[in-house]
Design a protein around this ligand. Sequence first.
Ligand code: TA6
Length: 295
Amino acid sequence: MPVQTSESKVTLQHPKGATAEVLLYGATVISWKSPDERLFLSSKAILDGSKAVRGGIPVVFPCFGPPSHPDHTRLSQHGFARSTLWSWGGVTEDNEKVVVVKLALEPTEAIRAVYDKPFKLTYVVSLFESDLKTELHVENTSGSSLQAPEPFEFQALFHTYIRAPSKDALVSPLTSLSYFDKTEATEEGRATAKTETRSGVDVTKFTDSVYENAPGSYDVKWPGGALHISAKGLKDVVVWNPQAEGGSTMGDMEAGGWDHFVCVEPGTVRGFAKVAPGETWVGEQTLSAGSKAAL
Ligand code: TA6
């Protein structure tokens, strides 16, 4: 069965063996095996829909980090998309090449209580033989006879926890990019701009760096392993690992979990994306575990 659904989860099975699991809660991919598990999921992650998942690929929308836009003042860190139940949107493709499913999220009463913009989100997960693609479609539903036209601004990001030894992994190419080191942020959350000089960025110490205007093509490499990330429509990328300094303070982070992942997070998080009435914005990432992940 290429796609199996339950009340809480969708399981995708590629004919060549790869699998993926997506929770309806937060549209969170919690597993991608190709053939081995490629994502990190904390063994203490809460999967019952009461808290955003610590691991996999949480979907960040409409704000990244603490809200900083006038439209987002009532939102919590990283917005509501990762901690809301999405609806099942069906199987859109199922053949020898790819299995594709869709989830959807429209304003609920709980969302409208804190956010009043006319959005509809569609999340598309595509499982290939050795790639996993996630796409976030942000539709502005205003401009019809029922709703006066109004553009809105937002941030979006895929908070991807890549399974990798954090003491050995290197992320490239980020050389010469401008970035903000949030580990040195002031009380007000302001960080100073730096320029990346390293050919490969490590996360051997507490790392929380936001790279602006990034290339959209990233390699994560470590002795004996690699993963390639290709992003479209997402102009920035975040590299994060809390190490023990930050990780030991997280109730849903397993002890030593920080040794087993590097978060490489394509997004639009410096400034805001804008979607006009009736238009749809799309951001996507493709994770490649096969030949494109050059060892
Ligand atoms: O993407 C990096 C980051 O913004 C870090 O600052 C850290 O807060 C991380 O996300 C995890 O955030 P969370 O709300 O999931 O604990």
